[in-house]
Unconditional design. Sequence first.
Length: 744
Amino acid sequence: MTEPVIVAQRLTRRFGRLTAVEDVSFEVRRGAIFGLLGPNGSGKSTIIRMLCGVLQPSEGEGQVLGYSVRSEAEAIKRRIGYMSQKFSLYSDLTVDENLDFYGRVYGLEPQRLAERKQTVMELAGITDRVHQLAGNLSGGWKQRLALACSLIHEPDVLFLDEPTAGIDPVARRQLWDLLFELSAAGVTLFVTTHYMDEAERCTDVGYIYLSRLLVLGKPDELKLLPEVTPPDARRWELTTPAPAQQLSHLRQIDGVQDATLFGEKIHVLADKRLNPREMIAGADVDDALVSYREAAPTLEDVFVTLTSDAQKKYSADAPPPDTLRTGSPERDSPSLASAASQDAAESDMPAASSPRPPVVARLGAGFWAIFLKEFVHIRRQPTTLVFMLLLPLVQTIIFGYAIDTEIEHIPLAIFDLDQRQESRQLIDAFVNTRRFQIVERVHSEAALQRSLTSGRAKVAVVIPPNYSDKLLRGEQAQVEILIDGSDSQVATTALSTANLLGASLASRNALRKAEARQFRPALDASGELAAPVEMRPRLLYNPNLESSHFFVPGLVAIILQLVTLFLTSFAVVRERELGTLEQLFVTPVSRSGLLLGKLTPYAITGMVAVLMILVVMVYVFGVPIHGSLALLAGTSALFLLCALGLGLLVSTLARTQVEAVQFAFGIILPSVLLSGFMFPRAEMPLPIYLVSFAIPVTYFIEIIRGVVLRGADLVDMLPWILGLFVCTAAVLALSLARFRKQLG
């Protein structure tokens, strides 16, 4: 006897309080066709996922080809093929492109890939459809393509999860012919199904019901189980007119244990003391039209009997079946026994004897049903509640409390070359306006320039060395005011405040002279009457105060995050919804390979988008780039990596594309309102101002405005670059920690 290829030892898998698979043990020999049968929701797909290494068992152990499903899952994936119950290939790729993709995933060299493609296409009979889109194939041809992709790397074991679900009988027959060929070639097949005729084709069969494996063995052996045909009973096949009408009569006879329809015949399990003539004696039929013969049990008889026994046992010793089935990772449907009973009951229903009343459409018909259904949907989707209730609340708080369009506390740099009482009074006058806040006192022209280009200061006051002397001599003293014009709102406020301050100082100075009986007014250099202090403002970087110079560079950051965030999160979530991500999990593609392969195309596309936006910024809006293009490109690439990480993080949180949209909007909203793109961060309350440092786009907006508008260099932008780097590292670490190459 050959060594087992698949071994399951007390496998158990729980999802919270739900037990999907409980204490399941079996072995599969090399070259066997092992059929795992059971109704939907019984745990078949969960067992396959555990054996393929994409779902960790809660308890127990499993081995495939000698590798542990717990610790050596990646080694298993290199030597198995997997075909899910739902078509999970790429519908927008052709047959040829799907085969190329999976061949490359398994690392096939180009020449070997071409050979294998030809082989599997001929085996599956899809050679004439090589250039057809997979999404346009019929159900049977899709299954052929899925089988070909699962065989491209010549696996030793092939897992097929309900491979014939939803396809026509001819396609089912053809697919099973292919499976027989594979089995003859030495491939071990593990097939799940709930079709009895497919179970007959398997060399070994296991039957699982409500997470428990009820029976295991060869089909012919299972039919001989004493539970199926008790020693004191016999099975009969009756042929009688109107069999559906006779069915209810037979079920009421004492000694008839079971009766069900098989096409035009009735299969009966009855006590040995009863013979068919006695069974139909009370029926209103002609004996000449009745025939009967002793019948052998079918696999359906086996599983119906075992299901009935299990239902009786579980109802007494275990939680109700509905509790175990609800929320199962597989679809729930009636068991084989209940389905058979339902079919039989429906066959006995009399036809309606009276005409039905006409249906009249009413205004608002069905409103209450739809109304209640939508509330159930909302209650079942927490993210929808958050999006509907929490986000409006956050918006109200931000607009009403955090955002203040009145500009105060403008960062001010002081370059005082006078250092006497009059200059200190001038500095105090600037501070007392409450429009300015001193952030730095510099002592050189270079330091002053660095303070402005780095963005630490938005305004600089340059007091000349002879400021006090000129005031004492009654001459006009000039004070240079350097204003960062890249932010037109701040620059306008600073300019008007400086002019008003100059007028105020002039009037106060004149008043002091009058009180001291010094009536001679100040004179300018030509001897003409003049104000004692002349403010000489100079607008830097954006002398015309064009708002586009401020907003367009910020738009680069916002648009780049918006596009990459949505595209990346949708790309991953869409694959999860379609099932293609699960199919990838079963392959040996590494987590890094999967992530880099998914994100790199969007990174390249994002960089192209950055270049396009910058070209529009320069040539359409006339915003020149004053700084280093290399620095701008490098920081853009860093921010792009962070934005891709945010998209990946959203994809780990969202299960559907609707949820992905909601999460993405939850990130975009604070990015627009709290990053400094529209409103000055310095005017926000301290708690919200601190929160803004956790928003990656905050740093990139400062960087791009500094490089583009002020010509800032690496030293100027270093604090912002470090902040962006920390955000990127944190986002990527969290995304990678949550993104696992497993389902749970």
